[in-house]
Design a protein around this ligand. Structure first.
Ligand code: SME
Length: 161
């Protein structure tokens, strides 16, 4: 695996950043069987390349989500089923994009700096196993480009389960 990331230039589009990043994410986890180690490096690479305020995972454990590897400010350690954006994405088994977190009923504010958010479920045997959450300091930061490429990250994580 590479030990440094190749990053797009300052003028690169979001799509160009993801295009450069995704193959590196695949290389990063190739040959390493430990899930926590892989998730830790994936989140670090995403944070560095994409500049999110926060990106991390929550594991489904019983009737709660429990915090896993992340990069960014301290986060809530446990989220109930159906609670917040993460718990809702788990319950509804679907991607949720929130343009303004203040307008999402029941949003859980881990950091007051977070203005918008995208949450994607990771499936194992047809059930949600992990939740991927990314937060931005900008309103309406996440769009179809983020959804498309972060879904590729989800598929990569699913291949590790
Ligand atoms: N905002 C999330 C909680 C997780 S943090 O943003 C890291 C939610 O409403 O589920």
């Amino acid at each position: 695996m590479a030990d440094t990331l190749s990053l797009a230039g300052a003028n690169a589009t979001k799509k160009e950043k993801y295009e450069l990043l995704i193959p590196q994410l695949k290389a990063l986890v190739a040959g390493e069987p430990d899930l926590i180690a892989n998730l830790a490096n994936l989140m670090a690479a995403l944070k560095e390349a994409m500049g999110f305020l926060w990106i991390g995972v929550y594991f489904v454990k019983g009737n709660e989500l429990v915090l896993g590897p992340f990069q960014g400010p301290l986060a809530c350690t446990r989220i109930g089923y159906g609670k917040g954006v993460c718990g809702t994405a788990w319950k509804e088994k679907k991607v949720i994009v929130v343009a303004d977190v203040m307008l999402f009923p029941g949003h859980i504010a881990c950091s007051s700096l977070s203005k918008s958010e995208i949450v994607l479920p990771v499936f194992k045997d047809g059930e949600v196993n992990i939740i991927v959450d990314a937060d931005s300091e900008q309103l309406a930061h996440f769009d179809v480009v983020d959804q498309q490429y972060l879904q590729q990250v989800v598929s990569l994580i699913e291949s590790l389960l």
